[in-house]
Ligand binder design. Structure first.
Ligand code: SAH
Ligand code: SF4
Ligand code: F3S
Length: 448
């Protein structure tokens, strides 16, 4: 039997799909090269905005209809939208064979056996503790890997469905993460990205390090100790993490960024709004001054730090003037990149009870203004890098032009260059930047 997983949503979903792929292989199934060749297709779903759900439902509908030509084909859904819609998902997609929530991925092989024994419409959305250790598998041969460190989210921002669909915050034991990364490094992985919705909360709700243990450098915060441990694993050249929150941008993090050579100078630090009134209503747990102080603390330690962010436009009652505050604040911080989202009410969240009073046209306008600003700012910041030499991890042929190659800088920018003989995927090379675009740098390899 051949399977294919179609993934929507964030990096956590990408990682969840990878672990389920490995589970299915261990269960004797084979990866299909494309959806068309698959006997089992699973859609990994996202609920964060209405559009994300529409896409997943649309896809499931098409796949269910394809059973007319492929009567043996099984179609399943997994992830956040399953956790939210539960039984009602089967009303919306009647030919769906199974649906698995965010805490039950390890049971997918057993659910498949159940279905093959004739069961229909199997739903598993249990929230008892997941067997996370079953979900640490990775495909061989990668250069870069995602590693889960913190599951769920307890922050409950007013607009957000994630805490409802991903459950309570829970951190994996430090040792188990170190083991996973060590075995990744042995198989050739050089870069890891540690994942958690609010990753700096690592180890705050449950213990992750043995009481008597000490950090070699004397770090106290559980997350910083994790960074130190992972950066120390032989073969790991780059360590990243996401998503960050201003409350975790502590003096210890600043110190770690300075002291740990593998720790990359890039932070994805969602801002959401630059207006204090809106931030309060969003229940983000910081005001613009806190955000700014967090950034300054880290930039003092690591001046080359790149900062990317997420912004929501058209939050209930956001005025045009408050939107302008966001614009100005984004310029003050000088973001390297920004992902901008139109507010989408999510059923059951506090903000969904407030009138969604910014029209769709106005949300679209605000969205476009921020993206235009960001384009100019990105170009300007990148132009300042022209003439500099940056370290690039070679990823291979450039997407747009296969004669050129590309990789990423330590600040997570895409760098395009002409390959030279002997240059291989995974190499860390030095590239002199000679041209800049808002999202991409171009340059040539420096000898030596
Ligand atoms: N845990 C991460 C974000 C996860 S969701 C964090 O807090 O940093 C990714 C992004 O989607 C959020 O940062 C936010 O900008 C956006 N988002 C979340 N809920 C949304 C909603 N209801 N409408 C529009 N955008 C939303
Ligand atoms: Fe959602 Fe806020 Fe948690 Fe991020 S921190 S997942 S925005 S509740
Ligand atoms: Fe991620 Fe979407 Fe779930 S953003 S956590 S896949 S709701």
């Amino acid at each position: 039997m051949k399977f294919f997983i179609k993934t929507y949503g964030c990096q956590m979903n990408v990682r969840d799909s990878q672990s389920v792929e490995v589970l299915l292989e261990r269960h004797g199934l084979e990866r299909a090269r494309s959806e068309a060749q698959a006997d089992l297709i699973i859609v990994n779903t996202c609920s964060v905005r209405g559009k994300a759900e529409d896409k997943a439902i649309g896809k499931l509908g098409i796949l269910a209809a394809s059973k007319r030509e492929h009567p043996e084909r099984l179609v399943g859904a997994m992830g956040c939208m399953v956790q939210r819609l539960r039984e009602s998902l089967f009303e919306r997609v009647p030919k769906l064979d199974f649906a698995v929530g965010t805490r039950r991925f390890a049971s997918i092989p057993a659910i498949l056996d159940f279905i093959q024994s004739g069961q229909k419409h199997v739903l598993d959305v249990g929230t008892e503790d997941e067997n996370f250790e079953a979900l640490t598998g990775h495909e061989e041969g990668a250069l870069s890997a995602f590693v889960n460190v913190l599951f769920g989210c307890d922050r409950r921002c007013a607009y957000c469905i994630v805490p409802d669909v991903r459950g309570r915050e829970w951190s994996r034991p430090g040792e188990s993460i170190v083991q996973e990364v060590t075995s990744l490094a042995r198989s050739g992985v050089k870069e890891v990205t540690l994942l958690g919705q609010s990753v700096m909360m690592y180890g705050r709700r449950n213990p992750v390090w043995p009481d008597e243990s000490r950090s070699p450098r004397g770090f106290v915060e559980p997350f910083i100790r994790l960074l130190e441990a992972v950066c120390g694993i032989e073969g790991i050249r780059r360590v990243r993490f996401t998503s960050s929150h201003p409350s975790g941008c502590t003096a210890e993090l600043a110190e770690a960024m300075k002291a740990l050579p593998a720790l990359c100078p890039h932070l994805h630090l969602p801002l959401q709004s630059g207006s204090d009134r809106v931030l309060k209503r969003m229940r983000r747990g910081y005001l613009s001054a806190d955000y700014r102080a967090a950034v300054e603390r880290l930039r003092d330690a690591v001046p080359e730090l790149a900062i990317t962010t997420d912004i929501i436009v058209g939050f209930p009652s956001e005025t045009a003037a408050e939107f302008e505050e966001t614009r100005t604040f984004m310029e003050t911080i000088g973001f390297d990149n920004a992902f901008v989202f139109k507010y989408s009410p999510r059923p059951g969240t506090p903000a969904a009870a407030w009138e969604d009073d910014v029209s769709d046209d106005e949300k679209l306008r605000r969205n476009k203004v921020l993206l235009d600003d960001q384009d100019q700012r990105g170009r300007r910041l990148n132009e300042q890098l022209v003439g500099n030499v940056v370290e690039v991890m070679v990823e291979g042929e450039s997407l747009r032009n296969s004669a050129r190659w590309s990789g990423r800088s330590r600040t997570n920018k895409i760098v395009v260059f002409d390959p030279v003989p002997g240059c291989e995927v995974g190499d860390l090379i030095r590239v002199r930047i000679d041209r800049a675009m808002p999202q991409t740098l171009y340059g040539s390899i420096e000898k030596g």
